[in-house]
Ligand binder design. Structure first.
Ligand code: 5AD
Ligand code: SF4
Length: 570
């Protein structure tokens, strides 16, 4: 989700004349796209902001912005703690970011004689004001701030108001230069689940569903620009449902709709009328109308209410990947209840069995792979609860599983009501025990592919190769690991913190054109397994990256398969 937000933001900034710079030290604007899901991710941002404070002593004109969930959650407290921050923008207000930055830059350059951008109000000191609470105005008079402040939950019918985020998605710039064969497309925003540990319903607001015609059109534009692989995004992506009779158009743009609860059990939702586009309908529609997309997948699915209609559509459409990311979070019913997950572990297994019955067909070369998320050390988790979770990880046969230690997040229900009573060393021990189990399971799942030839989508040079090349060129790499932009003289550095990996910072791999035969490339199967292989003699990395090639799998390790491009690829 954050990666897509970064792409949309940088696309918008480019149109204003900004460009990426790989140099955070000398960038005129430094932006942090933040994640609040776990505390660790936030700590990284605090430490970067500390560095920026020092840098600003030397380069006072630098504009520092915090965008995303942390901005929304901490709000002006963030500025109180780190006055180095000039711009604050929540994930629900990203369409306003270009105006905020543009203004901050111009303010810094003392060009306040200019008219403010349309729709933006300046205070008497020439700074943008988008919030009208007295307190906020007082605290943020030195900064530009756009926060949703949870208004999306308060407004009765979102459809009645223009959803400016939809315009941001619609204005996405699509070109072969920006997309190397693979792209994300958002289908829903926000979440209504309120799992007791999770900040997302507060930071990203209520669940809304984008109009299917907008989604299909975006996929078509991406396919026209050479994209082969699309991942549909949503916090609970399989809840997608759009009712056409109820849609509202503002300024000629059909507006997203508030999420409704799915009522279909295993069948197509019986309350879905003829003019409803369900998630299954949407998948079939994209498959049919955008044949240029060779791989269509989606994340993240919510285990409950996963209809057979969706499984049937996946089974019957060859370009929809047989890959599901369906977090269980715990194997203990007591903990699942305390997490407010809304299903029992028996129901979760029933779902996995049903999904495998529909989709796991290794005999015709179409296996199903499943990935999961687990939280260990949730309040009151006992050894018995943990044993149940370990049993789940053994039995679920995930191809990989993201394992997190519970991190109490202020503002969530668990933070307010439940003591964080599992000691850190117990959390750590449970975390490593599960990792060890998952490593064994991943190795066993991978071993089943040895000897087979799989179609893989080539993503770029492998981490090992990138390191080797950096070593050979005497270091280099990206200062601070951030991705940077330069824009018409203005440099913007954007550092990302992903929602599903711990504050991962996007890395810049070496240019593909530099890499010749023998170099190691990384790729993914349609089931999202990582496959590493060497560029065959006589071919270059540049011609392989962004394409789909057949690779014969020779060996399997816990984290990756290794193979060779088969002659058929030539
Ligand atoms: N502590 C630990 N892990 C969390 N996740 C979400 N909130 C928390 C938290 N407070 C994990 C869940 C979710 C993934 C994106 O992050 O496993 O599926
Ligand atoms: Fe958070 Fe996912 Fe639960 Fe929504 S469904 S509250 S995003 S963990």
């Amino acid at each position: 989700m954050n990666e897509l937000d970064s792409e949309l933001v940088t696309g918008q900034l480019r149109t204003l004349g900004y460009a990426m710079t790989p140099d955070r030290e000398h960038a005129d604007v430094v932006l942090y796209n933040t994640c609040s899901v776990r505390e660790h991710a936030e700590q990284k941002v605090w430490s970067r902001l500390g560095e920026d404070r020092l840098r600003k002593l030397i380069r006072p004109a630098t504009v520092v912005g915090v965008i995303g969930c942390m901005a929304e959650r901490d709000g002006v407290d963030l500025i109180r703690r780190m006055p180095v921050v000039d711009v604050l923008c929540g994930p629900g207000e990203l369409d306003k970011l270009p105006a905020l930055i543009d203004n901050a830059v111009r303010t810094r350059e003392s060009l306040l004689g200019d008219e403010p951008p349309a729709g933006v109000e300046l205070d008497d000191r020439g700074r943008i004001v988008l919030e009208d609470s007295e307190e906020r105005r007082r605290l943020t008079s030195a900064a530009a701030v756009a926060l949703q402040g949870n208004t999306s939950r308060r407004s009765g019918t979102l459809a009645a108001a223009a959803d400016s985020l939809e315009l941001l998605d619609l204005s996405r710039s699509v070109s072969p230069d920006e997309h190397s064969g693979s792209a994300y497309v958002r289908i829903t925003r926000g979440c209504n689940k309120f799992c007791t540990y999770c900040v997302v319903p507060f930071t990203r607001g209520a669940e809304t569903h984008r109009p299917p015609e907008h989604i299909v059109e975006e996929c078509r534009r991406l396919a026209d620009a050479g994209v082969l692989e699309i991942t549909l995004l949503g916090q609970t992506v399989n809840h997608y449902r759009f009712e056409h009779g109820a849609s509202v158009s503002v300024g000629g743009v059909v507006q997203p709709q508030k999420g409704r609860s799915y009522q279909g059990g295993h069948r197509r939702d019986p309350f879905a009328g003829e003019r409803t586009t369900t998630f299954a309908d949407l998948l079939a529609m994209i498959h049919e109308r955008v044949p240029g997309i060779k791989r269509l997948r989606f994340v993240t699915s919510y285990p409950r209410d996963f209809g057979d209609d969706v499984l049937e559509v996946i089974r019957d459409h060859p370009r929809i990947c047989r890959y599901l990311h369906v977090p269980a979070q715990s194997g203990s019913n007591r903990i699942l209840q305390a997490m407010n997950r809304g299903y029992s572990i028996e129901e979760y297994f029933e779902f996995l069995d049903r999904a495998r019955a529909f989709l796991h067909q290794p005999e015709i070369g179409r296996p199903l792979t499943v990935a999961g998320d687990i939280i260990v050390g949730f309040p009151s988790e006992t050894d018995d609860d943990f044993r149940a979770t370990a049993g789940l990880v053994e039995r679920a046969r995930y191809k990989n599983c993201f394992i997190f230690k519970y991190s109490p997040r202020p503002g969530t229900i668990a933070f307010d009501k439940l003591a964080d009573d599992v000691p850190e060393d117990v959390k750590r021990r449970r975390n490593s025990e599960l990792l060890a189990i998952q490593q064994r399971v991943s190795a066993a799942v991978g071993a089943e592919f040895v000897g087979r030839t799989l179609e893989v989508f080539v993503q770029g040079v492998s981490k090992r190769e990138a390191k080797r090349r950096q070593g050979a060129s005497g270091g280099g790499g990206i200062a601070g690991g951030s991705v940077a932009l330069t824009v018409g003289g203005k440099g913007v550095a954007v550092a990302g913190a992903s929602c599903s990996a711990e504050a991962s910072i996007v890395e810049n791999p070496p240019a593909a054109g530099d890499v010749g035969g023998g170099a190691q490339l990384t790729s993914r199967t349609d089931g999202d397994l990582i496959v590493l292989f060497d560029v065959p003699a006589g071919r270059s990395a540049a011609e392989l990256i962004g394409t789909i090639v057949p690779v014969r799998i020779e060996r399997s390790e816990a984290l990756a398969l290794h193979g060779t491009v088969t002659p058929a690829a030539g």
